[in-house]
Design a protein around this ligand. Structure first.
Ligand SMILES: CC(C)(COP(=O)(O)OP(=O)(O)OC[C@H]1O[C@@H](n2cnc3c(N)ncnc32)[C@H](O)[C@@H]1OP(=O)(O)O)[C@@H](O)C(=O)NCCC(=O)NCCS
Length: 166
């Protein structure tokens, strides 16, 4: 039975092991690499991103983030034509290969959506590589709507998804 809860400093080692393992086994262009400040801010849920995980017993097996930093969102807001709105982004969806297809990301994204609503954001956005069907599917399943496909900063091809929250 999986447990879904906040990932905290006490899980730091497991968190970075999960990130390393998943990112070293997917195509480079499927995940926009973390910047150093993001790795340093993993537990800053006010200024960077609420962070939730799926646990099998004590073992962290999946994670999801809600990027709330408006500095980070500035460029993406242009891509989505949402400059005048407060926007947050679903991201950091990483699940160990042997736990995929069990609904972990769908559950974690629903939790992050609830936080986005509680925090009063106007829109929630997300992006996925067009050839990452698992990622595209979870975003559509939690209610985000496909907007367009484009190359975002850094030359990453992405399907853009969004949902108006209020
Ligand atoms: C994307 C990812 C986070 C999804 O996590 P997950 O917990 O397996 O997601 P869920 O189980 O909630 O849903 C995945 C859905 O995609 C489906 N799926 C998986 N691979 C698929 C494929 N190749 N084609 C079509 N659908 C696929 C699953 O069957 C499932 O749908 P279902 O419940 O209707 O069967 C996970 O695959 C992962 O960690 N991938 C590597 C990292 C990554 O690419 N992250 C996203 C970066 S934007």
């Amino acid at each position: 039975m999986l447990e879904y809860k906040k990932i905290t400093e006490e899980h730091k080692e497991q968190l970075f092991a999960l990130i390393d393992r998943v990112l070293s086994n997917i195509p480079d262009n499927h995940f926009i690499p973390y910047e150093q400040w993001e790795l340093d801010s993993m537990f800053d849920e006010e200024n960077y991103a609420p962070l939730y995980g799926a646990f099998d017993g004590d073992k962290l097996v999946g994670m999801a983030q809600l990027y709330v930093s408006q500095d980070m969102m500035a460029g993406f807001k242009k891509d989505f034509d949402l400059q005048e709105y407060s926007v947050c982004e679903l991201g950091g969806n990483l699940v160990l290969p042997e736990y995929r297809g069990m609904g972990i990301t769908t559950t974690l994204q629903k939790m992050e959506l609830e936080i986005a609503r509680e925090r009063g954001f106007d829109y929630i956005i997300s992006m996925a590589h067009p050839e990452n069907p698992a990622s595209c599917k979870t975003l559509e399943r939690v209610g985000l709507k496909f907007y367009k496909t484009m190359e975002v900063a850094g030359g990453f091809l992405r399907n853009l998804y969004m949902l108006k929250l209020k």
